[in-house]
Ligand binder design. Structure first.
Ligand SMILES: [Mg+2]
Length: 500
């Protein structure tokens, strides 16, 4: 059994830590009754402290693509040559703040998500921020309720990816106005305020509002200590996928694994799903470097390449490498298939993980109800933003399944560090691990960072995905002549090469 709740030895309660923390020294009057930055939980009158009302005056979408296919970063059994991309939604306001949200894609089609963002964001134009966040669950329902747009979902596919970008942009804006990181906005909510963020339609057969409330109230016990862990950067242990992309050669794999080991990582994920011989060779290298008995954990990811019988068969030949789980063994829509694979692999000691392409809370509900997964891999933008993620976190906690978010993509670690912190501090109360890929962070104003194997808890106000303006201009697609990389000679091998 894997120990998921790592409680570091010698971490005693440290009263008043957050009072002293640099980020929380600033007092900013709150909006909507969620307290002050210095950690006071006093809930003063909402109206008394409300600064001038903020209105969403407009929005832009931006198609930003990084040419990662050139060196096959991000390559796996299904996605041979992705260009890590972000479909951005920037909400403009009549105040100093703007809201930044994005959805991750891997290149072609990013423009489709941008087009859909324009449709969804139109629904918040002219709305005040306070009216949007006063009853978040209702706002989320409103955003998925344009009947004509719903037809091209519902709540899945391109329109839902766009919803994630818009909803997350609203959270970013709200958190910036409150002067807090998004995780802290949620951590400072009462259980009632948190459940009011959720649209419970379609999931009440798995979890009701009252059950969620009872769980959150029970979890208040120990929350102060967990909050302190977060402020000491001990809430979210990281695992790395950066060594194990399928397109990397064996020497590079060995070298990157050693490097990650030296950096303090204990969890390592490798892509599989090529030939059996190739998979066995790569996993042998991995176990050669990380060992079997040094407390290091191996995970593997097939990115949906197998049918259900193939997944079972292939994994019988890989189980001797003792992976904690096989991720995405088959189609993300196949709930019964995951259950079949899980049942078959249980005697071999291998778990099943999925979620990065699960389209909404309904699929997660069924995976959890059926006992089809050992690990729940939420995605920050494939789900419809923070609100739907909260719904899935609560269901996973109810069913006792650890949450290990999908984070292998540009901007995803920036997002998911907030979600894993929320899960630990507020929802499950248990430490899990969170994927980290060491690519493209330099383009963000407040990049995520790992130290000694842990995510460094984000403290800047917002949702951490705001990109540097010069990076956006440089990698905008198709971009401006003389500005965008995509107009350069270097881009021609991608633009004119085969589409794989
Ligand atoms: Mg994966």
């Amino acid at each position: 059994m894997h120990q998921l709740d790592y409680v570091p030895a010698g971490k005693e309660l440290y009263h008043g830590l957050w009072m002293q923390h640099k980020c929380y020294n600033v007092r900013i009057p709150h909006l909507f009754g969620f307290g002050f930055l210095d950690g006071h939980h006093a809930r003063a009158s909402t109206q008394a402290n409300m600064p001038g009302e903020i209105t969403v005056t407009g929005f832009t979408s931006r198609d930003v693509r990084f040419p990662t296919s050139l060196d096959r970063t991000g390559s796996d059994a299904m996605n041979a040559a992705g260009d890590y991309s972000a479909a951005y939604c920037v909400l403009e306001t009549d105040a100093q703040h703007s809201g930044h949200g994005m959805t991750f894609t891997i290149g072609r089609g990013n423009d489709l998500v941008c087009a859909a963002i324009n449709h969804v964001a139109e629904r918040v134009r002219g709305r005040t921020l306070s009216s949007l966040v006063a009853n978040w669950g209702q706002t989320w329902r409103f955003l998925v309720s344009d009947s004509q747009l719903r037809w091209i979902g519902p709540e899945k596919g391109v329109i839902h990816l766009a919803l994630g970008a818009v909803v997350n942009a609203l959270w970013d804006l709200w958190a910036k106005v409150l002067g807090k990181p998004v995780w802290r906005v949620v951590a400072d909510m009462t259980p009632e305020q948190l459940v009011d963020c959720i649209d419970f339609r379609y999931i009440t057969d798995a979890i009701t509002r009252d059950e969620a409330l009872a769980m959150l109230r029970a979890r208040e016990h120990g929350k102060t200590a967990r909050l302190r862990d977060a402020l000491e950067n001990l809430a979210v242990p990281a695992y790395t996928t950066s060594a194990g992309w399928l397109g990397y050669g064996e020497d590079k794999l060995r070298h990157l694994l050693r490097e990650a080991l030296d950096q303090g990582y204990k969890h390592f994920k490798l892509k599989v799903g090529g030939s059996l011989d190739e998979d066995r060779r790569r996993l042998s290298i991995a176990r050669d470097v990380i060992g079997y008995d040094r407390g290091n954990v191996l995970m593997i990811d097939a990115n949906q390449v197998w049918s259900v019988p193939e997944a079972v068969e292939h994994m019988r030949y890989l189980s001797d490498f003792k992976p904690w789980f096989i991720e995405e063994p088959t189609s993300p829509d196949d709930i019964v298939g995951h259950k079949t694979v899980r049942d078959a692999l249980k005697p071999l000691g291998v778990g099943v993980a999925t979620g990065e392409m699960c389209q909404n809370r309904v699929i997660f509900k069924q995976l959890l109800q059926m006992g089809a997964i050992d690990v729940c891999q939420i995605d920050a933008c494939r789900l419809g933003g923070v609100n739907e993620v909260l719904a899935v976190l609560l269901m996973a906690a109810k069913y006792g399944v650890p949450v290990v978010p999908h984070s292998g993509g540009v901007g995803l670690p920036e997002y998911t560090q907030h979600l894993s912190t929320i899960d630990y501090v507020v929802v499950s109360g248990k430490r899990s691990v969170l994927e980290y890929v060491d690519h493209l962070h330099e383009h963000f104003l407040h990049p995520s960072a790992i130290k000694d194997g842990y995510y460094q808890t984000p403290l800047e106000p917002g949702y951490s995905v705001e990109m540097k303006p010069e990076s956006m201009d440089r990698y905008e697609f198709p971009g401006e002549e003389g500005v965008s990389w995509w107009r350069s000679e270097e881009a021609k091998p991608i633009l004119e090469g085969p589409k794989v």
